[in-house]
Design a binder for this molecule. Structure first.
Ligand code: ATP
Ligand code: MG
Length: 389
């Protein structure tokens, strides 16, 4: 095949800012497909045309383009003339070696000044194919669907559409920082906010050497997978065990969960500010565990000055798991590990805290020092986009 024809949906609605969205999508596609035999990636008449060289690595390319957020669907196809006589013959040549008993032609015009309507083209090309092959036209369940896209100086033809991720291109909505555990939820939260156009930096808290290194390894592997959906990921590993130790020594046990979370939020915010990230992202889903009651969410959020966004707040566990499977993080998330939040956790954590109650408890802690401890001992890793083939 000579070209990929890719479509976007939501960007088409962006009015005056449309070019910003489209340019970002073009750039993200160029980056994701680097080294795979691409000549040009351009926007033409509301679709993206990717010009392929002859030694293109089709499978790898398909895999990469399917992960670029903002692409709604895409196809491998050919270019021909938009002159109807040349076009109908080109379509016939394109499909003549396939065996099919029924077909349909689906024409779309990205160039409305073309002398023929989409339906005219469907009919003329359809009659030509029917005459030459004997196959019948079936508009509802055709064995072969031939798509034609009409542009000002050319037409593109293809027969198969692959689904993309949809959403807005990563980067158009700015930068956020996601608190990522090794669990199922936070990777899905990160993915969903990427789909709203955010580039995501990650922070993971671990209790090594109190607990094993597994959660760090899992977080690293998860970020590696999520990195396929954006250009470059940064992951901060923050040692949290000493901080937890101070909390345990100085506060009543029932508040530990909420106090851990408030410290995580504060340290995450310090990193977010350093990185120029405009919001914090968590994988909270309302009512799932004791830290996710409305009351505790309010108390935890109070420790932040940046907005805390929770893309999964209204999702069921089943829905989250299904999405985790689709994006490819589920298998890693279910590997048993020891999350730092499990360290020194009481049997009955407080499920309904208030801000004033927690602020009183926190008076026994040197919060600025604990924040510094986390930030200064943090380790930053980058996950460059995998370029090898
Ligand atoms: P997850 O599946 O993401 O671990 P969860 O259902 O286990 O979520 P919690 O453990 O209460 O819920 O965590 C709620 C959110 O707090 C997580 O989604 C994540 O954003 C953040 N979080 C929890 N543990 C960590 C950690 N060790 N490092 C970074 N963020 C964390
Ligand atoms: Mg968890």
């Amino acid at each position: 095949m000579d070209y990929i024809i890719a479509h976007y949906q939501e960007i088409a609605l962006k009015g005056k800012n449309r070019h910003i969205f489209v340019n970002r999508l073009l750039e993200n596609i160029r980056y994701a497909t680097e080294g795979l035999g691409i000549k040009h990636v351009i926007d033409k008449g509301g679709r993206i045309i990717i010009d392929l060289s002859s030694n293109v690595k089709e499978n790898l390319l398909k895999e990469r383009v399917s992960k670029v957020i903002g692409v709604a669907n895409f196809s491998f196809g050919y270019k021909t003339s938009n002159n109807i006589d040349i076009l109908k013959e080109a379509v016939l040549q394109y499909i003549k070696d396939r065996s099919f008993k029924s077909f349909r032609i689906s024409t779309k015009r990205g160039y409305k000044e073309h002398p023929l309507t989409s339906m005219d083209i469907d009919r003329i090309v359809g009659a030509h194919i029917k005459g030459a092959t004997g196959a019948r036209v079936d508009l509802t369940h055709p064995e072969l669907n031939v798509y034609i896209e009409i542009l000002p100086r050319e037409a593109f033809i293809y027969t198969e559409r692959f689904p993309g991720q949809g959403g807005l291109p990563v980067g158009v909505s700015g930068k956020v920082l996601c608190l990522i555990s090794g669990g199922i939820d936070s990777p899905v939260a990160a993915y969903r906010i990427m789909k709203r156009g955010c580039s995501v930096i990650f922070v993971h808290f671990h209790s090594y050497p109190y607990l094993s290194k597994t959660s760090q390894e899992k977080a690293g592997d998860i970020v590696e997978i999520l990195n396929q959906y954006q250009q470059l990921s940064r992951l901060y590993h923050i040692p949290f065990g000493e901080i937890q130790n101070e909390i345990v020594l100085n506060t009543p046990s029932k508040y530990r969960v909420v106090l851990y979370r408030r410290m995580m939020i504060r340290i995450a915010e310090a990193i977010a500010k350093k990185e120029g990230a405009a919001a914090l992202i968590t994988g909270d889903s309302l009512g799932q565990v004791s830290s996710q009651t409305l009351e505790n969410i309010t108390t935890i959020e109070n420790a932040a000055s940046l907005p805390v966004l929770r893309p999964l707040i209204g999702m069921d566990k089943g829905e989250i798991i299904e999405q985790a499977r689709n994006i490819g993080t589920y298998e890693i998330s279910i590997i048993p590990d020891q999350d730092c939040c499990q360290l020194f956790i009481p049997k009955n954590p407080a499920v309904r805290t208030t801000v004033s109650e927690i602020e009183r408890v926190e008076k026994t802690l040197d919060i600025p020092r604990l924040i510094r401890m986390g930030v200064e001992h943090g380790k930053m890793l980058t996950s460059p986009h995998e370029q090898s083939c």
